[in-house]
Design a protein. Structure first.
Length: 406
């Protein structure tokens, strides 16, 4: 495993005997209310996920499911020496202290891997959370949502990180030769990473250079490459956002120049110059060639696609980036090729389950010559969904029925 020192061992509750995952997940099919939903998830030891809840009575909620160990030393989240025993696990956080919500006053729940709001001692039991930028996009919406509102929300491409940084970029780069033209362009942006946006490409390039310029001199290139490879841009983002308003924060100083104290503004200007140089070299000096949909594409690859490339689907333009609700994570080592997007979208109207829709890429068959091999890929990239036929299975023209062997 990359990123760990030699002679490193790992302990996981899922491998400590019976972990209850099967019973817990099967129990969800039988749960009739939120209390039963929570109780059955309390059996699960190996998972680490947020699970949402809704019912036909109008109740909503979620439960964080994991097994959080407690160390004798009190320090839980980071690797620790195991030779003395003082860092060994002494038990687990009781399930009733795991975060959950039911019918919150704000009228909705949302999970984007952000820090939970209640029910846990964050200092000892939890460590790594996404910044809440995607959840905050929901908070900008109205209090009640129709199915169409939810559909639009799933496709939202508002970039909250860009919204935080662009004012600083405009201020720092104002009047700077060769750069101010591009910072002015960012000033005219609505912070949406849409297919036709040139600013989305510029900001994504800028922000990648900013992460590299601020963190690589402290962590080393190998660690940064691993963060980029594993799509962990949320980690440097947490550090940068926390110090965005401190021009002299420690994170901005370049450790490779001990005689110079760099500031946030220094790093912003350097990163903008790097971004303009990069994009000009890749796509030419005309910003009209920098449209996000031209450079940010998803190629859905078959497991054998490296040997038989015809099994891969053609590149599909895709909106969004790492910081949008309609996420489009891309490979920093192969700009701007996407590596992951929405794996599944679903909309359920509990007042009429027959209207349920869903989408899962790329098609309905793993057979290359099948007409259903990639028939949903383009619709997925464009944000479409198909009927789930949740309540009308008997009317389907073709239906596969699986019968247990007797």
């Amino acid at each position: 495993m990359t990123g760990f020192p030699p002679n490193c061992t790992m302990l996981w509750p899922g491998l400590m005997g019976h972990d209850g995952t099967l019973e817990g997940l099967l129990g969800l099919d039988r749960a009739c209310n939120f209390e039963e939903f929570r109780n059955t998830l309390g059996l699960v030891r190996g998972g680490s996920v947020d699970l949402g809840y809704a019912d036909t009575e109008g109740n909503i909620g979620y439960q964080f499911t994991a097994t959080q160990p407690i160390r004798r030393s009190g320090q839980n989240p980071v690797p620790a020496a195991g030779d003395t025993g003082q860092n060994d696990w002494s038990g687990f956080l009781p399930f009733d202290r795991h975060p959950y919500e039911m019918n919150p006053d704000r009228g909705y729940v949302g999970s984007f891997n952000q820090m939970p709001r209640r029910g846990v001692d964050y200092g000892t039991a939890y460590f790594l959370f996404e910044r809440p930028y995607r959840f905050e996009e929901i908070a900008k919406s109205k209090e009640k949502f129709s199915p169409d509102d939810v559909r639009r929300m799933q496709l939202d491409t508002g970039d909250h990180v860009a919204e935080r940084f662009v004012p600083h970029i405009m201020r720092v780069c104002a009047g700077v030769e060769r750069i101010s033209f591009y910072s002015d362009a960012l000033g005219n942006w609505d912070f949406r990473a849409t297919l036709d946006s040139t600013q989305a490409t510029l900001f994504n390039s800028f922000y990648t250079h900013l992460m590299t310029n601020t963190m690589e001199n402290k962590l080393g290139k190998k660690v940064m490459d691993e963060l980029y490879k594993d799509l962990h841009v949320s980690i440097p983002t947490q550090w940068l956002i926390r110090q965005i308003d401190d021009n002299n924060g420690w994170i901005w100083d370049d450790a490779s120049t001990p005689n110079v104290k760099e500031t946030r503004d220094d790093m912003i200007l350097k990163s903008m110059r790097d971004a303009v140089d990069e994009l000009g070299h890749r796509y030419g000096g005309d910003m009209r060639g920098w449209q996000w949909g031209k450079v940010h594409t998803m190629t859905i690859r078959h497991p054998m696609g490296g040997i038989l490339p015809f099994l891969n689907l053609r590149p599909l333009p895709y909106p969004g980036d790492d910081f949008t609700i309609n996420a489009g994570w891309w490979d920093r080592q192969k700009p701007y090729d996407m590596t992951s997007g929405a794996c599944i979208r679903m909309i359920v109207d509990f007042s009429d389950l027959s209207k349920m829709t869903l989408m899962c890429p790329p098609g309905q068959s793993g057979l290359f010559l099948s007409p259903w091999y990639d028939d949903l890929a383009e619709m997925w990239a464009q944000g479409g969904q198909i009927p789930a036929h949740y309540t009308d299975a008997e009317t389907l023209k073709q239906m596969l029925t699986l019968v247990p062997r007797r």
